[in-house]
Design a protein around this ligand. Structure first.
Ligand code: HEC
Length: 142
């Protein structure tokens, strides 16, 4: 087999592996899906602002934002909604646990950032984004 066709074959197989979604399905009612996705867009915005603050050397501010937007202080924001619009209430326990890990990681980052130690705070950041990755790579809602 020519080398170029071998590469083609590998690319084809890799493409198939990606097309086959092996993530577990978490069945959420449509209003909960909508609430989750809206919260997620806020998460992305928050991560970007936290990184911007860190880059600007505003470590304590980054920590404060992490706590209020992603940390344990940000838990339960759907509590007042009807049950079918509350994402956490419909998540399988293993999925919910990853979400809780993310909140805990954000609060841990916030605690370290509150000391103003930039290097130590930076070392906490991958744990925070790690929760986003862990959930997205194991769970889907559609
Ligand atoms: C507990 C699981 C979980 C965690 C943790 C999680 N996500 Fe998500 N995220 C989801 C699911 C489920 C969806 C919906 C995917 C879909 O629409 O099919 C989603 C969707 C999104 C979207 C797309 C929103 C849209 O408008 O469709 C963004 C952006 C996102 N997440 C960012 C993040 C970021 C950033 C983090 C970490 C701070 C994070 N997520 C943590 C489960 C999670």
């Amino acid at each position: 087999m020519k080398l170029s066709s071998l590469f083609f074959l590998i690319a084809l197989l890799a493409g198939n592996a990606l097309a086959e979604d092996s993530r577990q399905l978490a069945p959420l009612p449509p209003p909960a899906q909508e609430a989750l996705r809206e919260e997620m867009r806020g998460n992305l915005l928050a991560i970007n602002e936290i990184l911007s603050l860190m880059a600007a050397g505003k470590v304590k501010e980054a920590g404060q934002l992490a706590e209020t937007s992603l940390g344990q202080s940000a838990m339960g924001r759907h509590r007042g909604k009807p049950l079918d619009a509350r994402p956490g209430a419909h998540m399988p326990p293993a999925m919910h646990e990853i979400g809780l890990d993310g909140h805990r990681a954000a609060s841990e980052f916030a605690r370290v950032a509150a000391t103003g130690d930039r290097d130590k705070a930076i070392a906490e950041l991958p744990k925070l984004t790690g929760a986003c990755v862990a959930c997205h790579y194991s769970w889907r809602i559609r």
